[in-house]
Design a protein. Sequence first.
Length: 423
Amino acid sequence: MHHFEERDGELYCEDVPVRRVAEQVGTPFYLYSHATLTRHYRVFDEAFAGIDHLICFAMKANENLAILRLFANLGAGFDIVSGGELYRVLRAGGDPSRVVYSGVGKTAGEIDEALDARILCFNVESTEELHAIDERARRKGVRAPIALRVNPDVDPRTHPYIATGLRKSKFGIPVEQALRDYETARSLANLEVVGLDCHIGSQITETGPFTDAMKRLRDLVQRLRDAGITIRLLDIGGGLGIPYRDETPPAPAEDARALAEELREFNRTGCRILLEPGRVIVGNAGILVTRLLYRKGTDAKKFLVVDAAMNDLIRPALYGSWQEIRAVGKTGGERVVADVVGPICESGDFLAKDREVPAAAPGDLLAVMSAGAYGFVMSSNYNARPRVPEVLVRGEEIHVIRRRESYEDLVRGETIPEFLKNR
Ligand code: LLP
């Protein structure tokens, strides 16, 4: 459920006509609904109400400071994957003692920053990384809290680029190798073994892969216990999907029900559950608004050229994702089959392909729905296009939470060496 609705033929975000935001900030822009963000967070949190748990929002899905603060205010922790993400959490006022740090390539500098911030846990993805963290902690005279991220080898049945829990993916440590790595971790003086972590993929639309992974984790924890290794944090990752089109992913409550018995058992053994949802919280809480510039084409093929492009939203080009396109203003209800394309000089620059969309005319606004996750965060300056603003609506209020970049922003940090100046 979200708060982007049509009223009298016009698209609203909560109590604000989307058109009014376009008048204020120009196009294109990302628009988020405060009520939807809050609701999605709460629904997820309440789904796990009977279980001792902590939500570590996977901020890679949306890293705007205002949105991080909103979740921090609701009690969230964060799942980070870089020093930059840690910096954002701290700048947003997030609590570092609720931060877990995932990713296969943490650098020495990033490890140091996370140690200094006293994060909750490092999710370690290789034997060599264990040694690297031990060494950084030794230099600082501290003990680093670690979990091993295991790869349970289950098929999440999602797009191959976002499947992470298969044996052939670069993520995690194979389950069979985990016990050996736990023994290693235990033997390293500057590490404290606190947890076990697992994340199998993203946009997962059934409970099966989650319950399969859970069984493997349970067996592993049993083997660890037999070896005298106990954990107090079990991080089950994120990955729950959302309906973009006709997918019917389980609601958070359904997913929680499928896992509840196992999770309670973990709680009984003194183990707290960590969750790393990203998309399910923010995906349907944001849209990308764009203006139609030109129509072109032949009888065989029509194009709607809009002012947003693959640099603003790369998901259609990169994953072939399908995201609904809606009219923002009143239309005559006519529809047209067309490609919705941007101004970038690549044929992969499309937001929709061979899609029946509103028969918009130049100047009309269109909304690309379900763009709150992996939208703005994956945008770039390709073709020297300034990144677009992000706007948060709350009731009748409009808050610009990131301004549009200027041309000056585009060249910030670049220099022409002297030798090139004297021709
Ligand atoms: N935890 C870890 C360790 C992850 O790698 C991810 C996502 C998450 C949590 C959050 O997953 P979510 O709940 O959002 O599914 N750019 C792609 C998605 C990449 C997901 C990467 N990892 C897309 O636009 O579909």
